[in-house]
Write a protein that binds this ligand. Structure first.
Ligand code: GDP
Length: 447
């Protein structure tokens, strides 16, 4: 087995940076550049010493010692807490490589943890989700993966189905043996219980997807209502975490921002609208493409102008959507006070703001938070698309078994076995190496 090494902290100048080395030869290789012996140091101990680059001292560091199997990877591991100069950190890695270590690939430490049985696929995905978490809800949901709650539930159902499958198989294959009849009531009861459990778990993905990928939020309204300004205002709330999300780490593409403590995936429809003057055509396109898949619609109404047919056209399209809807009454700073604001009764809420001065934005944050999140994250919530697909596969197979429940037991066996395979895939049992590679390739180097 190789001994792997990488910088585990962010690639930038900082007070401290950590180099991690893991594998059978972790202590022996580290000792070659470290001033103190490590071979006889107990696990969970810290040794203060110097790193040598040839005869010269490169850095004074703390070496944290972890002994197999009590480490993140399950192997002997040393974490060198160095001064956070990128030069020093890279040099320490080079020196360890010169002495026999191999540079770790993306997520390779976590992959070792997986191979050594320290975590299953759901927990591994929990590690990535925790690292990437931007909101309290995301942390809570990642903890439900990492803490094994989802895996436990899946495993509990899988074991029930394995036992059922064995019973059916014994009955079918050895009809002459003295094996108790398996009643169709028992099969139906077990299959339907398992179906209920897995279906309920898969339904948490609606919430989980919003927690992880953000609430799909569409800003719409007639030209010049202030959509772009509102968009900028929302993105500006926590600009530091505004990201251009990529397909590799997120399931959807868009601009993401935390607004009122809720992660939003915001789509400003202004761009689409500006592409053409044909409001109606655009309105239809907008309705089909964006509104259909929206979780939240922010309809921007310009209070400085009268409601007109352009507003009506957009409102017609909004009506068809099942998303939560907020009427954002914009330009409060120049609104004609004598003009009565239309009441948008069909909306879940309406908020008066000025995207220009910022007035009312706090109120909008609160309204968004209360509409799309009840603040409580269930103890098990699926937020990973891969896990969700496996659960759906299982639910479909069990549903099929229930539909055919009056058939002979051997007919049901295929569906039950298919459900078992799907559940195994959730936690990584018997899945193709490629899928495991795919999971860990999303990690950063050093994790
Ligand atoms: P969009 O076409 O809906 O995206 O509208 P924009 O965001 O481009 O805004 C159109 C115009 O309205 C611009 O001149 C903005 O400066 C102005 N505007 C937007 N919001 C406000 C506001 O709250 N108050 C005032 N006074 N002007 C605003």
């Amino acid at each position: 087995m190789k001994t792997i090494v990488a910088i585990s902290t962010a690639p930038m100048t900082s007070a401290i940076g950590i180099v991690r080395i893991s594998g059978d030869r972790a202590f022996e290789i580290t000792e070659k550049i470290f001033s103190k012996p490590l071979a006889n140091v107990d696990g969970y101990r810290v040794v203060y010493g110097k790193i040598y680059d040839g005869k010269k001292v490169l850095d004074t560091v703390l070496a944290m010692v972890f002994r197999a199997p009590n480490s993140y990877t399950g192997e002997d591991t040393v974490e060198l807490s160095c001064h956070g100069s990128p030069y020093i950190l890279n040099r320490v890695v080079e020196l360890l490589i010169e002495n026999g270590a191999v540079r770790a690939g993306r997520g390779e430490f976590s992959k070792m943890a997986y191979i050594n049985g320290k975590m299953d696929a759901v927990q591994a995905e929990g590690v990535i989700d925790l690292i990437e978490a931007q909101t309290a809800a995301e942390v809570a949901a990642a903890q439900s993966e990492l803490g094994g709650k989802i895996s436990e539930k899946v495993e509990e159902v899988r074991k029930k189905l394995v036992s059922l499958s064995a019973d059916i198989l014994a009955y079918v294959d050895y009809p002459d043996e003295d094996i108790a009849d398996i009643s169709s009531e028992k099969i139906e009861k077990t299959v339907s219980e398992c179906y209920e459990q897995i279906n309920a778990l898969s339904l948490t993905y609606g919430r989980g997807r919003m927690i992880k990928n953000g609430v799909r939020t569409v800003i719409c309204g007639k030209p010049n209502a202030g959509k772009s300004m509102l968009m900028n205002s929302i993105l500006g709330c926590e600009r530091s975490i505004v990201t251009e999300t990529e397909g590799t780490t997120r399931d959807v593409v868009g601009e993401s921002a935390v607004f009122g403590g809720v992660k939003l995936e915001v789509r400003d429809t202004a761009g689409i609208r500006d592409a053409s003057d044909d409001v109606e055509k655009i309105g239809v396109k907008l309705a089909e493409k964006e509104l259909a898949s929206a979780d939240l619609i922010l309809f921007v109404f310009d209070m400085s102008r009268k409601k007109d047919e352009n507003d009506e056209r957009v409102l017609e399209e909004i009506k068809k959507s099942s998303a939560k809807k907020i009427a954002v009454l914009n330009k409060s700073d120049i609104a004609v006070k004598t003009e009565k604001t239309p009441d948008f009764e069909e909306f879940d809420a309406s908020v008066v703001i000025s995207a220009k001065t910022g007035e009312g934005m706090k109120n909008l944050e609160k309204t968004v938070a209360s509409l799309v999140s009840d603040g409580v994250v269930p103890s098990e919530v699926v937020m990973n698309a891969r896990q969700f697909e496996c659960l759906c596969g299982c639910a479909a197979a069990l549903k099929n078994a229930l539909d055919n429940i009056s058939m002979t037991p051997d007919v049901l066996l295929d569906d039950v076995n298919e459900a078992i395979v799907c559940l195994g895939s959730v936690t990584g049992k018997g899945v193709a190496e490629q899928i495991i590679e795919d999971i860990f390739s999303r990690f950063c180097v050093g994790k």
